[in-house]
Design a protein around this ligand. Structure first.
Ligand code: MF3
Ligand code: CO
Length: 248
């Protein structure tokens, strides 16, 4: 069942979404060569304690950390470690918090120092594909319109969308109905109704779309070793079009 939120609930989700985004902005400033993803995790642990909020991912199906930090060919669910980031890497930072029973969830991919033009393009196209999806979050549209817009934009740029992981509804739970794939057909899927809140999160691979999960049971990597980027926003369906809740 897809839960439609009241205006009051949408405002609660905006509080959670903005908090995640502020933390991601703080993390972005910390990303540089020599920093480890564990340093970033430590920073998040300290901040959520200070803010008095609950990290959404820690303990979720046994996930061990607050932050997902996925480097280069890692797609999503990278577990923070003592491995240092180096110049030319990209790192996807995915974070969730719970404020007053409402979940916030957002992700960005960040360059480490100077990166190649091809990686810059991967980041730009992925973020822009999210914008293309968001633009179609309108009453009367179908979810397939959102999915298809993302897929079309990514594939026209010569990249591919991951199939194994998808976005989701969000509210009093991290993952609610409906699943939000980054591939699909226009005019298909559930109709978008006022008060639906979607976490849209394109995962875009440089080369093939294939993914596999490492022996740590979490880290998803590309099958062909190509690099991968990930951006995520929470978007509410309103009479006035898309309302991006995880935006500062
Ligand atoms: N943004 C991801 C998601 O919505 C992050 C989940 S990490 C997990 O699925 F640890 F919570 F699974
Ligand atoms: Co998500």
């Amino acid at each position: 069942m897809i839960v439609c939120k009241s205006p009051r609930e949408v405002e609660k989700l905006r509080v959670s979404g903005r908090m995640v985004r502020e933390l991601l902005e703080d993390l972005k400033l910390r990303v540089q060569p020599g920093v480890t993803t564990w340093d970033l995790e430590t920073y998040v642990q300290k901040r959520v304690k200070e803010l008095g909020v609950k990290p959404a991912f820690k303990g979720y199906r046994g996930y061990p950390c607050c932050l997902c930090a996925s480097v280069n060919d890692e797609i999503v669910h990278g577990i923070p470690s003592k491995r240092a980031l180096k110049e030319g890497d990209i790192v996807s930072l995915d974070l969730g918090v719970v404020v007053d029973s409402y979940y916030g969830d957002s992700a960005v991919t960040v360059p480490v120092g100077d990166i190649s033009d091809e990686l810059k393009r991967l980041l730009r196209i992925t973020e822009e594909s999210l914008r293309m999806g968001i633009e179609r979050v309108r009453m009367g549209n179908r979810l397939g319109d959102v999915s298809a817009a993302i897929q079309r934009y990514v594939e026209n740029a010569g990249f591919s969308v991951v199939r194994e992981f998808v976005g989701h509804g969000i509210g009093r739970e991290l993952h609610e109905e409906p699943p939000v794939p980054n591939f699909g057909e226009p005019g298909r899927g559930p109709a978008l109704k006022e008060g639906m809140v979607l976490a849209i999160e394109p995962m875009v691979n440089e080369k093939g779309s294939g993914a596999r999960v490492l022996k740590d049971h979490w880290t998803a990597v590309t099958e062909d070793g190509g690099r991968s980027a990930h951006f995520e926003h929470m978007v509410a369906v309103t009479r006035n079009g898309p309302d991006v809740l995880s935006q500062l």
